[in-house]
Design a protein around this ligand. Structure first.
Ligand SMILES: Nc1ncnc2c1ncn2[C@@H]1O[C@H](COP(=O)(O)OP(=O)(O)OP(=O)(O)O)[C@@H](O)[C@H]1O
Length: 291
């Protein structure tokens, strides 16, 4: 379980994180989403005891990171910056980290298999691709068999096969009762991976929901074509809609198809086409993340 309560980090000029409260539950994969600079990394760093909050609380399994008795056995993390020495092989890196985490050589072997690096274990990490480095970082995070996983932009650099691998790994972790918090600036990148979403903007939570709930939200877009686009544009705006044009088709936001039809009828403009597009998840995310 991960919980933040009114968590805040102020730098001299910026409130990087501004009163964030959310929960990531066991058995669920939670996507932590926001545009660049919205405060994701700062929040994750506070959860991991790497940045001190200005105020508020960040808890892992009910305790601040600094008070965890055996942190490497409770929480594993993949942060954005590289973690390994470029001259060290993947295996050597994992063995060093295993000593810190109190993990066995057998676990190192198992994890090299799990993350698909068994055939590249003696290669220097400096020669690894970005995707291989992400796999090594995930293996490192899993060394202490932690129940909580925190991953900052782990999908960066992964090819489609890597995304499938990550999805299966995170799903198995959550199904076994683990808690997973995974950040990204693209919802599309995580849509296949996550159960819940927490969307932040300017250091504040804009929406916390299940992915299924979010899929039912967002502004429906109407595509309208009629005899007199200029007049249609005006009457739709007068009815409170936002309107944009693409060739002779109007894109209308904020009206139902029924209302748009009635407005056009009242204005005496025959319609040739009226279609409603459900918003994509990405569009709904952007509406919230840019607000
Ligand atoms: N050490 C720092 N000193 C001053 N400002 C900082 C510091 N760290 C972060 N910030 C600012 O805080 C805000 C949030 O940054 P943060 O890195 O948490 O965002 P992010 O959502 O992780 O973005 P990205 O996806 O680009 O990593 C930004 O405006 C950033 O410039």
């Amino acid at each position: 379980m991960i919980e933040t309560i009114d968590l805040t980090k102020a730098y001299r000029r910026v409130r990087a994180v501004d009163g964030i409260s959310f929960v990531a539950r066991p058995g669920r994969v939670t996507g932590f989403l926001g545009l660049n600079g919205s405060g994701k990394t700062t929040t994750l760093r506070m959860l991991l005891g790497l940045t001190r909050p200005t105020s508020g609380t960040a808890l892992i399994n009910g305790q601040p990171f600094g008070e965890l008795k055996n942190p490497l056995r409770e929480v594993g993390a993949v942060l954005e910056q590289g973690i390994s020495h470029p001259g060290q092989s993947g295996r050597a890196h994992l063995i060093t980290q295993a000593i810190l985490a109190g993990a066995s050589r057998a676990r190192v072997n198992l994890l090299l298999e799990t993350v698909g690096l068994a055939d590249a274990d003696t290669q220097r990490t400096g020669e690894y691709s970005l995707g291989m480095r992400q796999r090594l970082a995930v293996a490192t995070a899993l060394l202490g068999e932690p129940r909580v996983l925190i991953l900052d932009e782990p999908a960066n650099g992964l090819d489609p096969e890597g995304i499938v691998w990550l999805r299966e790994l995170l799903r198995a972790h959550a199904d076994a009762g683990g808690t997973v918090l995974i950040s990204s600036h693209l919802l599309a990148e995580l849509a296949q991976l996550i159960d819940d979403v927490v969307i932040i903007a300017n250091g504040q939570v804009r929406r916390a929901a299940t992915l299924a709930e979010l899929a039912g939200e967002g502004t429906v877009r109407l595509r309208v074509r009629g005899r007199d686009p200029v007049r249609l544009w005006r009457v739709f705006e007068e009815a409170g809609a936002e309107v944009a044009a693409e060739d002779d088709t109007l894109q209308v936001y904020g009206l139902s198809p029924e209302d748009a039809g009635e407005v056009a009828f009242a204005a005496g403009v025959p319609l040739y086409e009226l279609a409603a597009d459900a918003p994509s998840l990405e569009q709904t995310f952007l509406e919230l993340a840019a607000s």
